[in-house]
Design a binder for this molecule. Structure first.
Ligand code: NCD
Length: 304
């Protein structure tokens, strides 16, 4: 699934459901009592896998799966297509993270159960986008008329690619893309998403210059695992560090998001600032994944 698998109206419904779950989690505690989620993670993850598992458990369901390719039959050479055929016999829904772009899409073509893309290489991370959308909507109340700064590794950062695709569909959203020259947004996003939609954007290198006009600052880490050599990574890794001094240039109501994990790009001194929203964002990730599981399993909620 990609953010664009849902229309704007369907996305609104999903986010409404997530907000209702946030308000009254007890209503949802047993709605998936007879359901199982498989988490097939061929790449490391903390938040995404655990938030999927927590989401299913909060709904009363059960979880099974693996958290690294080494501990699955992939290590013996099994294809994703074969693995998913088998997992379809054991679970009702599955979340898959894979280092190869497109692997969850291949799985979905061979699966009898819904397959959720939990991150595929440097390509997309749609459920992080749902998390980001719920966070922005909960903290700002709307998506339109926002200036959104995306800062860091815009080349390999898959969360940024999915988020842009989702947000260009709202009126008067503007992007400020803040990155070093070598980590600029890929041309397919620039051409097929930003330019095609007519969404205004500009590219900048200095965070200090960009920060005063932002309503949302979305920080990302430099994606070490996707670099071809360590020297380039070392040169780039501390390019941006958001600290109190830079934050003093920002609007009073700007919100700071980060998909996490954080490395050095946000100084720990920023964590206590009321604008730091990244740990709240991780909590929203559970609500939105609960809503996604309910939607894809078409669970009937008696009160809706
Ligand atoms: C992101 C990812 O895996 O792409 N993490 C996450 O899912 N929250 C961001 C990252 O790893 O930098």
């Amino acid at each position: 699934m990609s953010p664009l698998d849902f229309s704007v109206e369907e996305l609104d419904e999903l986010l409404d459901l997530a907000s209702d779950i946030e308000k009254s989690p007890e209503k949802y505690a047993h709605v998936c009592d007879d359901k199982r989620l498989a988490t097939l993670f061929y790449e490391p993850s903390t938040r995404t896998r655990l938030s999927f598992e927590a989401a299913m458990m909060n709904l009363g369901g059960k979880v099974l799966g693996f958290s690294s390719a080494d501990s699955s039959s992939a290590a013996k050479g099994e294809s994703v297509a074969d693995t998913i055929r088998v997992v379809s016999c054991y679970a009702d829904i599955c979340a898959m993270r894979h280092p190869k772009e497109g692997a969850p899409m291949v799985a979905a073509m061979h699966s009898r159960i819904p397959v959720i893309n939990a991150g595929d290489g440097g390509h997309q991370h749609p459920t992080q986008t749902l998390t980001d959308l719920l966070t922005i909507r909960s903290l700002k109340g709307h998506f339109d008329n926002l200036t959104i700064g995306l800062c860091g590794d815009l080349k390999f950062g898959r969360t940024v690619h999915s988020l842009i695709e989702a947000l260009v569909r709202y009126p008067n959203v503007r992007f400020v893309l803040i990155s070093p020259e070598e980590l600029r947004i890929p041309s397919y996003i620039r051409e097929s998403v930003l330019e095609k939609s007519g969404c205004p954007y500009k590219e900048m290198e200095r965070l200090e210059d960009a920060i005063p006009e932002l309503d949302i600052l979305y920080m990302t880490r430099v994606q070490r695992e996707r670099f071809f050599n360590e020297e380039d990574y070392v040169r780039m890794k501390d390019f941006y560090v958001l600290d109190k001094v830079k934050l003093s240039l920002a609007k009073e109501d700007m919100q700071i998001l980060h998909p996490l994990p954080r490395v050095n790009e946000i100084a720990v001194e920023v964590d206590n600032d009321p604008r730091a929203a990244y740990f709240k964002q991780a909590q929203y990730g559970v609500y939105v994944r609960m809503a996604l599981i309910l939607t894809l399993l078409e669970v009937k909620l008696p009160w809706r």
